[in-house]
Design a protein around this ligand. Structure first.
Ligand code: SF4
Length: 357
């Protein structure tokens, strides 16, 4: 029988489980402590539980939903990417550990940001993304999302204090598991990471955006825009045909009305596709309408895809046009470029290697 992972069990769920198993409610608090304070990996470690309860739990439940099978270190920085194998079915997902900027006077901060995956593969097929080449295999469970965070802490020896849902998958296409994972991530019983330290990145899944707004937490939202007109955006993001800007922008205005953080519009600059000055003018109009900031990302070459990164001067001129129009703008060169840190690449390479065998 496949074991269920206990990471996604809230205090309420564990209390109900203890009642089902014929144990007192306070055992739920003890189990929570073992899982989240002591980071127990085996029920045998739970020394203050009766042996019968430990056995009952070990028979039906697990404490880790995945095993790390590969860790790649960037040669230019301390970004680390790891690949995990899911215990349930052997599928692979990737996560990236990104250290905070170095502290003042060269002292290295011990804060880390983790980029997590939310699905195995992805159905959305954004044209710049290796995950999209593979299609969707399945959603990750809440435990499999949480398991990536525990694995990152075990690899890095430090606590994750910022999370970005920018790995493989469209998080808003996996809402039930995302919301349960977020509940545990934010819970003082579990990971206790504040909503303000969590960024959800979406390709523009309109029903998911509306549900996330109803969830009512001050999460950060990053939207993969990559085109400020339907004509350009549909070339880069097929999802735009399903939810065009005429639906996406009102959903983002509705998100803004719930009083959350300023939205970030992600915009990959691609030579000859969306990096022209005419597009900068359209993008500035959209950003001002949404009171959003823009994060420009010069295109990161992906093996097997045809696009090209614009020149440095083109990128700078594009950024200048936005800031002159009053839009807050940043330029991000992908960290970990040399370890295939663009979404999906490590898994793709691994899959290709496996297929070559
Ligand atoms: S960018 Fe995100 S939503 Fe788009 S294909 Fe890649 S994983 Fe899916």
């Amino acid at each position: 029988m496949e074991k269920t992972c206990l990471l996604e069990y809230t205090r309420e769920a564990l209390t109900a489980l203890m009642a089902d198993l014929g144990h007192k409610a306070f055992r739920a608090a003890q189990v929570l402590d073992w899982i989240w304070k002591h980071r127990a990996t085996d029920f045998a470690q739970m020394s203050n539980l009766p042996p019968a309860l430990r056995e009952q739990l070990a028979e039906r439940f697990s404490l880790r939903p995945l095993t790390v099978v590969e860790v790649s270190n960037s040669t230019t920085g301390s970004t680390r990417k790891f690949l995990s194998r899911m215990a349930a079915d052997g599928h692979l997902v990737e996560s990236v550990i990104i250290p905070a900027a170095e502290g003042k006077a060269g002292s290295r901060s011990d804060r880390i940001t983790l980029c997590v995956s939310s699905q195995v593969g992805c159905a959305f097929g954004c044209k710049f993304c290796a995950s999209g080449l593979l299609g969707l295999t399945r959603n990750l469970t809440a435990s499999e999302i949480l398991g990536q965070i525990l694995a990152a802490e075990e690899i890095s020896g430090t606590r994750v204090d910022n999370l970005v849902f920018m790995g493989m998958g469209e998080p808003l296409a996996n809402m039930d598991n995302l919301l349960l994972a977020l509940t545990q991530i934010m819970s003082p019983d579990a990971l206790n990471i504040g909503a303000r330290h969590i960024t959800i990145s979406t390709s523009g899944n309109v029903p998911g955006l509306r549900r996330l707004a109803e969830f009512g937490k001050p999460l950060r939202l990053a939207v993969s825009l990559h085109g400020a007109s339907d004509e350009v955006r549909s070339q880069v993001m097929p999802v735009n045909r399903k939810w065009p800007l005429g639906e996406l922008l009102p959903a983002l205005e509705a998100w803004n009305r719930t009083g959350k953080h300023m939205i970030t519009l992600e915009y990959i600059l691609i030579e000859g596709v969306n990096a022209m000055m005419t597009e900068a003018t359209k993008l500035a109009r959209v950003a001002r309408r949404l009171n959003a900031k823009v994060n420009l990302i010069p295109y990161n070459t992906v093996e097997g895809l045809p696009w090209v990164r614009p020149s440095e001067s083109n990128c700078r001129a594009f950024a200048k046009a936005l800031s002159t129009a009053g839009v807050p703008v940043t330029m991000r060169y992908e960290k970990g470029h040399d370890i295939n840190a663009a979404c999906g690449q490590l898994r793709l390479r691994r899959k290709n290697e496996q297929e070559d065998i």
